[in-house]
Write a protein that binds this ligand. Structure first.
Ligand code: ADP
Length: 303
């Protein structure tokens, strides 16, 4: 009951854009120690419906120079493109938390808390959860990370609407948005082939995608991504990875999230990355595009 009233209070408190922004800014303030020398430009706009009262706080205390903190990156891309796979690899490589709002939603769903049945219905229909609920879940995750001394983040699955992007932009600086792209023919098959380890949360894929060259378009081969032995018997399929729901998620991506690509493109933050194939082929190229190197990967490739 106490949890019920806490959650409903949070959702009710965040029913206006102002309240959502204020809640998020409070959190990021806690997250980002003040750098008084910060002169980062802000796109925060008091007229865009966000809370004008938090503007001075945002400008004064929430922005840290990139040199004083870890990277703050966002992964964008259609369902099934592989955001989770590449974000989690980069997270391991850079030692920066990978925060996937889809995981936060699924954790909440599995918790049988008061939001659980409401979320289940939304997620299993392939719809988006409200901005307020997502911001509440993300805020709590960031707060917990801050308490453990985390710095920087790689966000996966957030922002997914222009309003979410505006709220995020209003409270902190995103350094880079990596927009992963994959041929449409492969997206549905990748979602249907996705398997998750119920114990460690690792993402694997049983689909073998072999698109033949046609009408001048090159072929594409993506090998399955098999789980390690210890995960093999613990694999589960996401309830929203059915054909009907994946198609609905793809439609919603086009309608709600494509404008987010434009939002970051117009701010010069979008790095477009066309995945050339499976992880083996794509990972080194992504690293190259990001000016990064993975020593372990190089060694295993040479072995
Ligand atoms: P996908 O494979 O579609 O990218 P995710 O794991 O990122 O899936 O998200 C699963 C579900 O969680 C989404 O379909 C949506 O219902 C919900 N969700 C995740 N992130 C957000 C968000 N930022 N805004 C609204 N809903 C979200």
């Amino acid at each position: 009951m106490a949890v019920l009233s806490r959650c409903s209070r949070a959702v009710t408190a965040a029913t206006t854009p102002n309240a959502a922004a204020a809640k998020f800014s409070y959190l990021i303030r806690a997250l980002s120690p003040f750098s008084s020398s910060s002169s980062s430009p802000s796109t925060f706009d008091a007229d865009n419906g966000l809370n004008s009262r938090i503007k001075p706080a945002v400008l004064g205390t929430l922005k840290r120079e990139p040199k004083d903190r870890n990277v703050q990156w966002v992964f964008l891309g259609c369902p099934g493109v592989g955001k989770g796979t590449y974000a989690s690899r980069l997270s391991d490589l850079l030692g920066i938390p990978h925060i996937a709002t889809g995981d936060l939603v699924r954790d909440e769903l599995a918790s049988s808390g008061p939001l659980s049945s409401q979320l289940k219905e939304i997620v299993n229909q392939g719809k988006l959860v409200s901005d307020e609920i997502i911001i509440d879940l993300l805020s709590k995750r960031l707060e917990a990370g801050e308490a453990k001394g985390e710095s920087g983040f790689i966000l996966d699955g957030f922002p997914r609407t222009v309003r979410q992007a505006e709220i995020l932009e209003g409270v902190t600086d995103i350094d880079l948005v990596i927009n992963l792209k994959l041929r449409e023919e492969a997206l549905l098959a990748k979602c249907l082939g996705r398997r998750i380890c119920s114990e460690c949360g690792g993402n694997y894929n049983v689909a073998c995608i072999d698109i033949k060259a046609e009408n001048g378009k090159p072929g594409m081969y993506m090998a399955p991504l098999p789980p390690p032995l210890q995960c093999a018997s613990k694999l589960i399929t996401r309830a929203d990875d059915t054909e009907e729901v994946v198609k609905q998620r793809l439609r919603i991506y086009q309608a709600m999230t494509l404008p987010v690509e434009d939002y970051y493109r117009s701010r010069g933050k979008l790095l477009e990355f066309d995945l050339p194939g499976g992880v083996r082929e794509s990972w080194p190229k992504l690293l190259h595009a990001l000016n990064l190197e993975d020593e372990e990967d190089k060694q295993s490739a040479a072995a």
